[in-house]
Write a protein of this length. Structure first.
Length: 364
């Protein structure tokens, strides 16, 4: 079955009929559904969080996550379509996360999307969850390719070059833990509730003197003297554990430790991004006003945004980060990725399979 998409250039202000895409996200512990068009209009955006379901376990339980997606996906899709004011017949395509992620959850959203596409004879758009994060800032403003991507989340810490839709070059990744995993595990050691990252940021904000916190709890950028662009966070996690076990902590000292940890994580990301920006300028000397995109759940952290903004300015880059509601997993980023995929003619067969692992380099 061949379907020809309606090509409407992103950002045009003409009277061409808009391209409407339904997006479905179920890769982890948020059920997200959204309807977006190629004029960057968000017609519906609903997210159902499962935090309370997993909080007692201190992390995401895949079986519970998949069951929760299954219980709520139909209701959320119906609510999003009602909010958008569109019927399924008004859609130009249906996009769903097909990986990477927790395979049970991925399959719930993917099969729901396929069913709608089949029933209403619409193109199905198989979205890579990581690509959706990397494309999200283009939902807000027109950012031309190529650009530099810093993807930071609970499961990934990567630096990539986005050359085009489906064309990515991996420059750096983590040798062990992801930065979000470091946040969460250290927060758990400090006795903070799940999800740990936002709670650690709140605790760090209670520290009145960052310089004093760094002096009391000194933490260094991992592999700081290495010229290789790479990440490692397991050593920081071990250092924090030793600092926790080394003394009886008060609320004030816990806040100081949280502030020192957050600062070194922000400095680490900014340092490696700086190396990548220097490399980008060497390889793309013709690129004017290059962009550094930061995306993923950890990009919501304000200290990290501030450190990256300073690094971008220093290197002559423009930092672009999505609004807070689009940092964590959501249907809007999937719908927007669907817009981009449909415009590029990258329609998936209904036989496409869910993938627990799906590196961006394999999209070519």
């Amino acid at each position: 079955m061949h379907m020809t998409p309606k090509l409407h250039l992103v950002g045009n202000n003409d009277t061409t009929e808009a391209m409407n895409i339904l997006g479905i996200e179920t890769s982890c512990d948020e059920t997200g559904v959204a309807v977006i068009n190629d004029r960057r209009e968000v017609l519906a955006h609903l997210v159902l969080s499962q935090i309370k379901d997993h909080q007692v376990f201190g992390g995401v339980v895949p079986e519970i996550a998949a069951r929760a997606h299954l219980d709520h996906i139909d209701t959320l899709i119906a609510a999003a379509m009602k909010e958008s004011g569109l019927a399924f017949s008004d859609l130009d395509g249906v996009a769903a996360t097909c990986g990477p992620g927790l395979i049970g959850g991925v399959m719930v959203g993917m099969m729901a999307g396929k069913a709608i596409a089949l029933a209403h004879n619409k193109p199905f758009l198989a979205v890579n969850h990581l690509e959706a994060h990397a494309l999200t800032p283009r939902l807000i403003t027109d950012i031309p390719f190529p650009y530099l991507v810093l993807l930071v989340s609970g499961g990934h810490t990567q630096i990539l070059v986005a050359e085009d839709i489906g064309v990515y070059h991996l420059w750096a990744s983590t040798r062990d833990d992801a930065v979000g995993e470091c946040f969460d595990k250290c927060a758990k050691m400090m006795g903070l509730p799940y999800p740990g990252g936002p709670h650690l940021e709140q605790l760090a904000a209670q520290c009145p003197d960052l310089a004093a916190a760094k002096a009391r709890y000194p933490l260094a950028i991992p592999m700081q003297h290495s010229k290789e662009i790479a990440f490692s966070f397991s050593g920081l996690k071990t250092a924090v554990r030793n600092m926790i076990m080394g003394e009886e902590h008060t609320d004030a000292t816990r806040a100081m430790l949280a502030a020192s940890l957050q600062a070194v994580l922000a400095d680490t990301l900014a340092f490696r991004a700086g190396q990548a920006m220097a490399k980008f300028k060497q390889l793309y000397p013709q690129k004017q006003a290059p962009a550094l995109i930061v995306c993923g759940g950890v990009s919501a952290n304000q200290s990290i945004r501030a450190a990256l903004h300073a690094a971008a300015q220093k290197n002559g880059f423009h930092l672009s980060a999505p609004p807070m509601e689009y940092c964590t997993d959501n249907g809007a980023m999937i719908a927007w990725a669907g817009v981009e995929l449909l415009q590029a003619g990258r329609i998936a067969p209904l036989t496409v399979k869910a993938r627990p692992r799906w590196p961006l380099e394999e999209l070519k």
